[in-house]
Design a binder for this molecule. Sequence first.
Ligand code: PEP
Ligand code: MG
Length: 827
Amino acid sequence: MTPTARIDRVAHGWRAKCLQRLVRLDLPVPQTVALPALTVRGIAAGTPVDCAAIMAHFGPAPLISVRPSPENPDWGGPATVLNIGLNAARHKALAERHGQQAADAIYLRFVQSYATHVARLDPDMFAATAPSPEAVAAALQVYATEMDEEFPQDPAKQLSEVLRSMARAWEGTTARLLRQAKGAPVDAPLGLVVQAMAQGLGQGISGSGVVQFVDPVTGEPQITGRYLGQGQGRDALNASQAMFLTRDARGPSLEEIAPDLIKDLIRHGAACRMRLREEMQIEFTIEDGRLAVLDAIKVQRSARAGLRIAVALAEDGVIPREEAVLRVEPRALSELLHPQVDPRGARDVIARGIAASPGAAVGRIVFSSHAAQASAARGEPCILVRRETAPEDIRGMHSSAGVLTERGGVTSHAAVIARGLGLPCVVGADLRLDGKNKRIHAEGRSFGEGDVITVDGTTGQVLAGAVDMLAPALDSHFQTLLGWADEFRDIGVRANADTPADAATARQFAAQGIGLCRTEHMFFEEDRLVAMREMIFADTSKDRAAALARLLPMQRADFVQLFEIMAGLPVCIRLFDPPLHEFLPHSREGLRELAEALDKPLSEVTRRAEALTEFNPMLGMRGVRLGVVLPEIYDMQAQAIFEATVEVARRGAAVVPEIMIPLVSARREVELVKTRVDAVAAAVRVRAGMDFDYKLGVMVETPRAALRAGEIAQHAAFLSFGTNDLTQMTYGLSRDDAGRFMNTYVQQGVFPEDPFHILDVDGVGELLLIGAERGRKTRPDLTVSICGEHGGNPESIAFCRKAGFDYVSCSPYRVPLARLAAAHLAL
Ligand code: PEP
Ligand code: MG
């Protein structure tokens, strides 16, 4: 291969292209011939190539290697074969020149690799033995017995067989499926690279090694690698007697014996980084003190290393910022935001479920929120295991390191809350919970309270015991990359945040505001729950007003805190949504305690609780329906919002609160709520002697609201699509129960993906388009957004951006992913 040869990545593959660049950089690359994919395809189909001519190209009695060169290094390829050309005569000559043992070692190695990769013999037939003439003879004998012919002695025949076998292996079904899984097209081509062997044998400094200039796990600049005297290929990586490259307290290094060679390697590494615009791992050989660079491949890296490398390359001016942003996969970010199971450790998987909230957590099993709180009080990390979680588990979830449920899908209560809290969570796991005996049974094993498990919410696995973890990496490189992403993206990103802690997380991740504050989550604290229950059980409107009056200052304080944390950024507050029965205890014991607390007979409390029970609570008295039937609740919330606005404004911060009405399906609902909210605003203005602005908007989460968006928008400054409920209602598919059969549905191809996870663009998406279009027709300045769980999903963000949405809103921990995904779309 010459610097001017026409080597093309598609025609010859990435390795050939890369080697040519090394040649152009004047690096000491041994003589190389690139076989184009067209030739390789012909070889696979049986077209002969003139291997004697190729051999002749490398001079008299050469030894050569053949390496795969697909278009993309991630697509793999057949194993490299070294030392082609070795035969009895060459073995003898090598023994005379370099000693018997060295010659035996490489001949043995060639026979074994030819036998396994080309003749496809079982590797177990070639027991690992020390190199010796006897071992060579034994290997040749095994070959002859199994193949019914002597080991081929003609170098041209050897090469021809190697080429044929590599070309065929590439066309095999397994290889094809493997590379297709990595995004390769069905007919992905394979080039091959034939190269003269640099032997790594000799009297002077001779051997081979591998060097890279960054840590593959952290991406930190650092020279790592190994060198093995009298070694070949990548031997040094597995050999116990391999040396370090640079001076190291742990043992001898190449730098001590050949400081100039290390300097050369560092120089070559820097040249590769500049010219190939990538951190490369270099494979090298030293033959009697002469350095040869055989190959350079992209350093394998973790997600965090990938991010750091991309930022460093851009900061050094090697690649533009746009490219650095594009080089980091948005989904890989979640690996940086949460602790992860160390990929280098062993995994004892006991159950699998839906990966509902990323990150991993280790803790002792607890089966109740009460036990979780007790565990937290003892400072002992715990994993809350429940059949499914309910609002009353929120405190328990707060106290847990991770959550595991037997039931539920990606938008179940546990999943949504865990994502909001940044808590690792697996839902719908294939285990059986025996609540009575406080045990879980999975795959024939059983675990009880206090047993340590690991929940891996990134993969959906549940592991026995504690495993090694990697800490989150929210460092300056992370901030830098996301800062660049913000420069390029053209759709807003807000966070769904219910509590001051969520809001602080949202700010930390640079969300541009709160797109959804689910106010009901503010009522689950112990003291509020009591007032809430008093309100629910009030017999007269006077009693109800008294209970609401107790809730008012608590809500006002919540909003003051949110407004202050968000420091002038928009905050969209959704009025109360869930059915009231969610605030009632579910067990008999709980009802008894409640009766005691309310000083009412148990029979009455039970009767009232039963009266609130609905067959289909998700389609029952919730959302705006509650607001229409019991308007005092929304009145109280509006008052709290406006009074908080006044309080914060008095301290000098301007806030324009956004109030959002949930579960609307008719214009009249909006009119009714708007009239009352406007009246509350007027009253607060008068009392405070101060003016303020606010926006009233509608959450579009019923199909009818999307269809009637034109008239609904007459009374709404913004529409925000709640795609969780909208998906549920469009499909007629319960978001809490879908987990039970979703896998079957996806496997059978009924749904391409779980529509609660990836927006169903055909159906639900059409409703989004209709809603946005009809709404904007009525009100061209209408703000349109999405706040369902889909808001943090790259594909859904792409859909919303294309439809001209103003922003997406997602869980705080998905904000970085959304910012990066949005930048990718704009670039
Ligand atoms: C929705 O329905 O999409 C939504 C965001 O509201 P929630 O999940 O609280 O029902
Ligand atoms: Mg909803």
